[in-house]
Design a protein around this ligand. Structure first.
Ligand code: V07
Length: 254
C-alpha cells in the first residue's frame, strides 16, 4: 500500500516534475557524495566537520527519493581507496555509520526503507559492522526504498572477486566458460539482486567514476554538479531527476 502510494504521488502531486503516467522516474539512482573535505576547508574547519555535515544531507535525499518513487538509492560512503587517508580521518569516517543509524534508523523504519550494503565487510571495525548489520536486520522486511550503502567498496575488487568465484566453479566442473554471459556474470557481483543504476550523480565538480560500479554504470545517464555534498539538498536531487526525465523523453521520441 505504502509503495503504491509513493508511486501515485510521484505521478500526480509532484508539480516540479513531469506528471504523466510515463514519468520516467529513474528506478535506481547512485550517488558519489564528494566534496565534504573541500566544504570544510572553505569554512576553515577540519575535514571531519565536512563529513559530519555531509551525513545530514542523506536524510533529505532519502525522503525525496522515496517520495518520487525511486526504488533503489546507492550511496558511495567509503571506498577501498579511503583507507589511504590519515588514520584519524579513517577512524572518524568508520564511526559515521553508527552515528547515522543511531539518529536515522527509527526514521528509516518509519519510511519503510530497506537498508542493504555492498562492499567488503572483512576489514571493517567490529563496532561499524554491528551497527550496519542491525540496520539491515531491522529493515529486512521493509518494502519501500532500498537504501544501498557502498561501504569499503571498490569496483575492480568486486569484478575480480566475481572472476575468482567463476574460476573456482569452472575448476570444480560446476560450470564451463560457455556459461559466462553478461547476465550470469552480473549474478556474481555485489549488486546481484539489484537492477543497474539508471542515473549516476556526482557532486563537487569531479568528472570521473573513481572505481565506482564500473560494470553496472555501462548504460547509465550521468549528472554532475559543482555543488559540494554538504550543500546538496532535495532540490538538487529533484533537478537531477528532471534532467534524467528530459533525456529519457528525448530518446523515447526517436
Ligand atoms: C559517511 C557521510 C556522508 C558523506 C560521505 C562521506 C562521509 C552515512 C554512512 C552510513 C554507512 C552505512 C550505513 C549507514 C550509514 C556513512 C561512512 C561515511 C563511512 F549502513 N554517511 N556516511 N558511512 N559520510
Amino acid at each position: 500500500m505504502l509503495e503504491k502510494f509513493s508511486k501515485w504521488k510521484a505521478n500526480f502531486t509532484t508539480n516540479d516534475l513531469t506528471t504523466s503516467e510515463e514519468s520516467n522516474i529513474p528506478k535506481h539512482v547512485a550517488i558519489i557524495m564528494d566534496g565534504n573535505g573541500r566544504w570544510a576547508k572553505k569554512k576553515g574547519l577540519p575535514r571531519i566537520a565536512g563529513h559530519r555535515e555531509g551525513m545530514k544531507v542523506i536524510n533529505k535525499v532519502v525522503r525525496k527519493a522515496n517520495e518520487l518513487g525511486v526504488e533503489i538509492l546507492t550511496l558511495y560512503a567509503f571506498s577501498t581507496e579511503n583507507w589511504k587517508r590519515p588514520k584519524t580521518e579513517v577512524e572518524y569516517l568508520l564511526k559515521l555509520p553508527e552515528r547515522f543509524l543511531g539518529i536515522e534508523l527509527p526514521k528509516l523504519i518509519e519510511q519503510n526503507v530497506k537498508v542493504r550494503l555492498m562492499g567488503s565487510l572483512e576489514n571493517l571495525p567490529e563496532h561499524t559492522l554491528r551497527a550496519v548489520e542491525k540496520a539491515v536486520y531491522e529493515t529486512r522486511n521493509n518494502t519501500g526504498l532500498v537504501l544501498n550503502f557502498a561501504l569499503n567498496y571498490g569496483s575492480r575488487y568486486e569484478i575480480l572477486e566475481a572472476m575468482k568465484a567463476i574460476g573456482k566453479q569452472i575448476q570444480a566442473g560446476e560450470m564451463t566458460e560457455d556459461d559466462i554471459s553478461e547476465e550470469s556474470f552480473s549474478q556474481y557481483l555485489m549488486t546481484a539482486e539489484l537492477r543497474d543504476p539508471d542515473l549516476l550523480i556526482r557532486t563537487s565538480g569531479e568528472i570521473r567514476l573513481s572505481n565506482f560500479m564500473l560494470w553496472q554504470l555501462a548504460y547509465s545517464e550521468f549528472w554532475f554538479t559543482d555543488v559540494l555534498w554538504p550543500d546538496f539538498n532535495e532540490h538538487h536531487f529533484t533537478e537531477a531527476v528532471a534532467v534524467y526525465q528530459k533525456r529519457a523523453r528525448r530518446y523515447g521520441g526517436i
